[in-house]
Design a protein around this ligand. Structure first.
Ligand SMILES: [Zn+2]
Length: 184
């Protein structure tokens, strides 16, 4: 699109491969509202949709994300943004960043020491619905969750809940005693 060369500092849309005039500005981050990126109309709209995605995050997380995004190649989606199901399904991804990161592909099977676990430890992980690799700290926090969930008091004193809780306690003891799990 030829827009004439009258302006000395003509901005170009920052979306990759776009090349249109960057007439619309968007703030970098919530704490940098006077610093801008520039886009064409279509891409500033897309950018604003992405901005909504950042709504629940802190300014530093947003900035870190956008920094990682600067080359438009390797986005680092904040872990805290993951939700159940496909965490990326709800993200508006006009620039195909998700594809770049190989999202949606299953991770390769992990072969990093899980073979050292005893069968008791393996079944304890199953009971707590955890998977390797993990730390003692993660086991502990999962245990607390499950105790809350299966406590007989929370289940009208149900016998079933009591049995489940015993199973959870035993699994937790097994993993607490394990030397195969790092503390942190
Ligand atoms: Zn554009």
């Amino acid at each position: 699109m030829a827009t004439g060369g009258a302006q000395l500092h003509q901005r170009v849309c920052e979306a990759p491969g776009c090349g249109l005039q960057g007439e619309y500005r968007a703030p970098w981050a919530r704490d940098r509202l006077t610093e801008y990126r520039w886009f064409c109309l279509e891409h500033v709209r897309d950018y604003n949709k992405k901005w909504d995605y950042f709504a629940g995050l802190g300014a530093d997380q947003i900035e870190a994300h956008i920094r990682a995004d600067t080359t438009w190649r390797r986005p680092v989606w904040p872990l805290g943004a993951r939700r159940s199901g496909n965490p990326y399904a709800q993200i508006n991804d006009p620039f195909g960043l998700a594809d770049d990161a190989g999202l949606g592909e299953k991770p390769p099977p992990i072969q990093d020491g899980s073979e050292q676990l005893t069968s008791a430890e393996r079944s304890a992980l199953d009971v707590l619905e955890l998977s390797w690799p993990l730390t003692q700290a993660e086991v502990k926090s999962r245990y607390k969750e499950l105790v809350k969930l299966h406590h007989p008091d929370a289940n009208g004193g149900a016998r079933e809940a009591e049995e489940k809780l015993k199973e959870i306690n035993a699994a937790y003891s097994t993993l607490r005693a394990s030397e195969n799990l790092p503390v942190e």
